[in-house]
Ligand binder design. Structure first.
Ligand SMILES: Cc1ncc(C[n+]2csc(CCOP(=O)(O)OP(=O)(O)O)c2C)c(N)n1
Length: 642
């Protein structure tokens, strides 16, 4: 994994990095003279920019924590000490300092290092992460196990300010002081989640970080006192200082009330400062929260100018900041189609309210926020709250649309069951990235939404085969007086069909018969339709006549009438879905046939019962997991009627 691929150099086009090249492990870093560290930081930034410019990735978060990560590895000794990164999208400097710089140009590519932490990749990675808000709970568990076994070692959790909008972070905070005396929490405050951080906690942190203003004012008072004449100027500064200190000391009590010693804010780019404070935290026999102010995107002008775009960027030109344009004629993404379709619905119906959990741009809600700010809510990284909040809105007559990535919706399963479905409330859940997020990998693939939500009474689960159907499904869902209605769609370009002038009302639970044939019936869900068509063509050639082809539209409720008819009229059913097979759409087909006493053979095409890694492309991961066209054909072939 740490070898450069043929045709690429080991640094991926970054300038030479002699200091980094000599660091095989953090022990080498600790031997480096302090005077060399700024040059090392520059080398790390250059490597991050080179790799992300080529492969895409989390640019801003990583450029912001270079000095912080160097200081952490100077003070703590992984793997004896556990260093946990929340989300772990900011772990690139950590990877570069823990023996992974040689393969780093293959970051997020097939065979290269993952963009997130994973103990399977390195013993220096203490815990898997990709979802926000887990670091504190996991760190506390590790600390509790250490205490129980009387083991040596420190535990450090690095959490962004965005992570403090997660319920789980606050739940862990509530437990720390009663669980351990030795835990170091780094609050990496850059004021940004993916977009600007939101809510009262963001405001609280912003006020806390004014202690820098407090310091500045304090210094100016000192200067003014020694200057003459001080007069009014001194008085004005004095008043300001009092206000700042009052706010600061009042707010800093927030973390102290949880039993933590709150230190900071300190400058997260000042290595000696960082090292000094980290040493204090390391040696303390009480839990410490070190509040560190960093600049997201530091060292790349484009990332400083556009923090949201460069939170996680597609491949880009480091000079201009331009991302690589899509091929001309590429259809719009499903996200863009959803964004426009929602706007149309919201324009026509003032009950429509959009909700995001810190993913406004990723889920396409930016236009809604701009056009109907009063009907747009960014609740922070709080999917559970978002779902119950949507239920509350629906209970009082609104038509909430909750836009989440499929993988993050996993957080809200209880709320979808207990707060939405149990009350049959008309909430529309739009699950983007249903299917693979190839470069991000297992933490981000959206493969489990159907199995998680299919057993939920009252839930309707739809998946459009193209962008026109997505608009129809949203239109349809918003016209129901019950719910939840769940619409799932994948990352990336839609099918490229024309979207009708006005969306149509679909019949819930009805499939679309695309082709009546014989021998075998191919039932496809959503964006698997091109694969289903290709498979149907091969089956047709083999059987000497076309098979039946169906666009299922629904994973729940299934069109049982049509399915049972097909099971009786054909000798094989093939199902295709872009989701986990266990409990998925094909499983629903099997259950329906079994309950009707029909034994028609069913071949199910979907993702197997194992976690799927990261890779350069969907095609790579499909090929590696038996979902490429040839593998699909080989699975179906033995079951075709003679
Ligand atoms: C449960 C969950 N919801 C949404 C996301 C998407 N996401 C990834 S990073 C991020 C923002 C994190 O902000 P912060 O913790 O401040 O870290 P920073 O990127 O600023 O370093 C979000 C919302 C996620 N990873 N997990």
């Amino acid at each position: 994994m740490n070898r450069a691929m043929p045709g690429t150099d080991a640094t991926g086009g970054a300038p030479p990095a002699p200091l980094l090249a000599a660091i095989r492990s953090p022990a080498d870093l600790r031997r480096l003279p302090a005077g060399e560290l700024p040059a090392l930081a520059a080398e790390i930034r250059a490597r991050i920019i080179a790799a992300t410019a080529r492969n895409g990735g989390h640019v801003g978060p990583n450029l912001g924590v270079v000095e912080l990560t160097i200081a952490l590895h100077r003070v703590f000794e992984t793997p004896r000490d556990a260093l946990l990164f929340d989300v772990s999208h900011q772990c690139y400097p950590h990877k570069l300092l823990t023996g992974r710089h040689e393969g780093f140009s293959r970051l997020r590519q097939t065979g290269g290092p993952s963009g997130f932490c994973n103990p399977a990749e390195s013993p220096h990675d203490a815990f898997v992460a990709g979802h926000a808000g887990t670091a504190l709970s996991a760190a506390l568990g590790i600390a509790a196990a250490r205490d129980l076994q009387k083991l040596p070692g420190h535990v450090v959790a690095l959490c962004g300010d965005g992570a403090f909008t997660c319920g789980e972070t606050l739940e862990a905070l509530n437990n720390i002081a009663t669980t351990t005396r030795r835990l170091v929490i780094i609050l990496n405050d850059n004021q940004w989640s993916i977009g600007r951080n939101v809510g009262a906690i963001a405001r609280l942190l912003a006020r806390l970080s004014t202690s820098r203003a407090y310091n500045k004012v304090h210094n100016r008072i000192q200067a003014a006192v020694t200057a003459t004449p001080a007069g009014q100027r001194l008085h004005r500064l004095w008043t300001l200082w009092k206000r700042e200190t009052k706010d600061f000391f009042a707010e800093s009590g927030f973390f102290e009330k949880f039993g933590l010693r709150h230190i900071g804010p300190i400058d997260g780019h000042n290595l000696p400062e960082l090292q000094k404070h980290l040493e204090f935290a390391r040696d303390a026999d009480f839990p410490v929260l070190l509040h560190v102010i960093t600049q997201k995107g530091r060292g790349l002008q484009a990332a400083l100018d556009h923090p949201e775009k460069f939170h996680g960027a597609a491949p880009y030109n480091p000079g201009s900041g331009e991302t690589t344009p899509g091929r001309p004629g590429t259809p719009p993404t499903y996200t863009e189609v959803f964004s426009n379709a929602l706007l149309r619905e919201a324009d026509a119906d003032s009950r429509v309210v959009a909700i995001t959990a810190a993913m406004a741009s990723g889920t396409g809600l930016g236009k809604m926020a701009a056009r109907h700010p009063g009907r747009f809510h960014d609740v922070g990284i709080a999917e559970e709250h978002a779902a119950t909040f949507a239920a509350g809105l629906a209970a009082k007559g609104a038509r909430p649309v909750l836009a989440l990535y499929s993988t993050f919706a996993q957080r809200a399963v209880d709320q979808i069951i207990h707060d939405i479905a149990l009350q049959n409330l008309p909430v529309t859940l739009c699950l983007d990235r249903a299917g693979l997020s190839p470069a991000d990998g297992p933490t981000h693939h959206g493969l489990y939404d159907i199995p998680l939500l299919r057993p939920v009474p009252n839930a309707v689960i739809m998946q459009p085969a193209d962008e026109d159907e997505l608009a129809d499904m949203l239109h349809t869902a918003l016209r129901q007086n019950h719910g939840p209605h769940i619409i799932r769609y994948p990352r990336g370009a839609a099918a490229g069909v024309k979207i009708k002038e006005s969306p149509a009302l679909l019949e819930i639970g009805k499939a679309q018969l695309l082709q009546q044939g014989a021998g075998a019936a191919v039932w496809s869900l959503g964006a698997m339709l091109p694969d289903a068509r290709a498979l149907a063509a091969k089956i047709g050639a083999r059987l000497g006549g076309p098979p039946t082809l169906v666009n299922a539209r629904h994973a729940k409720p299934l069109d049982a009438d049509l399915l049972l008819r097909h099971a009786r009229e054909h000798r094989l059913i093939v199902t295709l879905e872009d989701g986990a097979l266990a409990g998925g759409f094909g499983a629903a087909v099997l259950e329906t046939l079994s309950e009707a006493g029909l034994a028609t053979p069913v071949v199910r095409i979907g993702w197997p019962d194992r976690f799927i890694g990261h890779g350069t492309s969907v095609a790579d991961l499909r090929a590696a997991n038996g979902l490429d066209p040839e593998s699909i054909w080989q699975k179906v072939l033995p079951h075709l009627p003679a």
